[in-house]
Design a protein around this ligand. Structure first.
Ligand code: SF4
Length: 281
């Protein structure tokens, strides 16, 4: 008889590991209860040692489920909640606790990313609160669409919001994300500004899709006017996620798109810098 395959570890070497159907045996009633209470979350993985997901060295938890279907998404296995490993809140907190002292020593912190973490807003809020209570710097990487699900009090537990913005105009946002508008994202950004909460803005540069000057110009002007954007980042599109699209049988529209040239990246950065935003090269 073949040996049963061991479930993958909660820790992964990178979010580029393909993970599917790890939570599909959780009964529907338990999923509903988890979403309502946050007692349990669904995670693709934890990864350690990231230097790009917030200040310093980061422990990152990658959640599953997302409401967007970005054409350039490099982790489409995180779109579905049931692809994640079911993890109790206590277990997730213990995992952060393991690294808490080291993260503080290295002036790093914990980042909750996804997927879209606010698809599991109760779990996200409680995990971030517990982490903040350990004295560890907290960051939430989000597309902002469900930002209204967090109270002002809960936002106070988050030291940094990394806001992934996909476009400025409604048409462009719908085009990039598979149909959803960005009004809630813009409202969330304005609310963060009103609360004086710091933001790092992220924008993925995809040749032929998001390298649109008037989109970037309007986005940059909007972001600069917020007055709380500490950093604007332009992330060059890459093809590291292509195999996931293929293995999941999804219709990948960017198959023949090459990463942007350095000149194109510099041009995009110059647009954000030109609006007065601090840029990260
Ligand atoms: S918001 Fe992020 S996780 Fe969701 S589809 Fe877009 S790139 Fe993927």
């Amino acid at each position: 008889m073949p040996a049963a395959e061991a479930p993958p570890s909660l820790e992964a070497s990178s979010p580029f590991e393909m993970r599917i159907k790890l939570g599909e045996k959780v009964p529907e009633t338990d999923v509903r209860s988890a979403l309502k209470t946050g007692d349990m979350g669904f995670l693709h993985s934890f990864t350690t040692g990231s230097a790009v997901d917030g200040p310093g060295i980061r422990l990152v938890a990658w959640t599953t489920a997302c409401m967007f279907r970005c054409q350039f998404c490099h982790n489409p296995d995180t779109w579905t909640l049931a692809n994640g490993i079911p993890v109790t809140l206590e277990h997730a907190i213990e995992e952060v606790q393991l690294y808490a002292n080291g993260l503080k020593r290295m002036r790093g912190g914990f980042t909750l990313s996804g997927g879209e973490p606010l698809m599991q807003d109760r779990f996200a809020a409680r995990l971030l609160r517990a982490t903040s209570g350990m004295g560890v710097h907290t960051a939430l990487e989000t597309n902002g669409y469900y930002g209204e699900r967090l109270s002002d009090r809960e936002l106070a537990d988050i030291d940094l919001v990394i806001l992934d913005m996909k476009g400025f105009t409604l048409e462009q946002h719908k085009r990039v994300t598979g149909g959803l508008g960005n009004e809630p994202v813009l409202e969330f950004a304005l609310r963060l500004a009103a609360l004086n909460r710091p933001i790092w803005l992220r924008y993925v540069l995809v040749p032929g899709l998001t390298d649109v000057d008037h989109e970037m110009e309007q986005l940059a002007a909007f972001a600069a006017a917020l007055g709380v954007v500490e950093r604007a980042e332009v992330l060059p599109f890459h093809q590291m996620g292509r195999y996931k699209w293929e293995r999941l049988g999804l219709d990948y529209q960017l198959d023949h798109v090459a990463p942007p040239s350095q000149m194109a990246v510099d041009h995009a950065l110059s647009i954000f810098a030109g609006a007065g935003l601090p840029i990260q090269r």
